[in-house]
Design a binder for this molecule. Structure first.
Ligand SMILES: Nc1ncnc2c1ncn2[C@@H]1O[C@H](COP(=O)(O)OP(=O)(O)OP(=O)(O)O)[C@@H](O)[C@H]1O
Ligand SMILES: [Mg+2]
Length: 263
């Protein structure tokens, strides 16, 4: 009962996304009704072309030429100024997308520390926080490498570390482990799982059914529509250590208490 009082993070009503006009008109999304509450971990599956990336782009305020209603934290997105939307995107939303762009003239640790500038954290602290998350991603030995000196998988992991470093409250992930081996995938899924346990909302597109075991809800799409929507039980894993830091929103504590002991 009290659940209904919590405003949903995301509410979509009859959302449609049309590409092209006239004969070329095509609905990538064709009537999506979806409510996502704070702290849900939603996995989205479905065949290629069914509209998953289009949906994530809209949720992340990257695409607004839509029909239907989108409310973010109870507020219609159309009524949020462009400036506030940009703030929301940089501070509240973490994007893990398929095409990763690191800043080529910055080294690994500087790339990862970049989003923290918006939080007004000093440079030294930014580098400490970035270093912590890189250690967690087994990239601490690459901190001072330039992007062109990294493998594709390493670039992907650095980009994910950068997307998660300021602990965004909404994480939108488009096949976050798409090109990674199982060990690297595991590291990233554990990181997402940690963020979920700390109360953040995660929406993850995946083609891998095994990854849905991390999710609390699995949605399947076909032809721009939601086909199934199922609540799931998250499997308990033994591998994560000390997940409940006393002050989960504080990066330094989080880093030293819940992460520092991992390799
Ligand atoms: N810019 C665009 N112009 C025209 N059509 C587009 C555009 N972007 C996407 N589409 C179309 O919208 C549909 C949904 O695309 P989308 O990228 O969302 O699929 P997806 O579910 O993410 O697929 P995949 O699993 O292959 O990544 C596709 O039919 C695609 O051709
Ligand atoms: Mg896609």
């Amino acid at each position: 009962m009290s659940e209904t009082k919590i405003p949903p993070v995301i509410r979509l009503k009859d959302l449609k996304k049309r590409f092209g006009i006239g004969d070329a008109e095509n609905f990538a999304l064709n009537g999506i009704d979806l409510t996502i509450k704070k702290g849900e971990f939603v996995a989205i599956m479905g065949p290629s072309g069914c509209g998953k990336t289009t949906l994530l782009n809209i949720l992340g305020l990257l695409d607004q030429s839509i029909d239907g209603d989108y409310e973010l934290d109870g507020q219609p997105v159309v009524s949020i100024s462009k400036r506030r939307q940009a703030r929301i995107r940089s501070r509240q939303i973490g994007f893990i997308f398929q095409n990763f762009n690191l800043v080529s003239r910055l080294n690994v640790i500087e790339n990862v520390a970049l989003p923290l500038i918006y939080k007004g954290i000093t440079r030294t602290k930014r580098l400490i926080i970035a270093s912590d998350i890189l250690r967690n991603f087994h990239l601490n030995e690459r901190e001072y490498y330039m992007p062109h000196q990294l493998s594709g998988g390493q670039i992907q992991r650095v980009a994910i570390a950068r997307a998660l470093v300021n602990e965004p409250s909404i994480i939108l992930a488009d096949e976050p482990t798409g090109n990674l081996d199982s060990r690297s995938s595991h590291v990233i899924m554990e990181e997402l799982s940690d963020l979920h346990k700390r109360g953040n909302t995660i929406i993850m597109v995946t083609h891998n059914p095994r990854l849905t075991t991390y999710a609390s809800r699995v949605i399947t799409m076909t032809d721009g529509k939601i086909e199934t929507d199922t609540k799931t039980t998250i499997l308990k894993r033994k591998t994560s250590k000390a997940k409940h830091s006393p002050n989960p929103r504080h990066h330094n504590k989080r880093a030293s208490k819940s992460r520092g002991n991992k390799k």
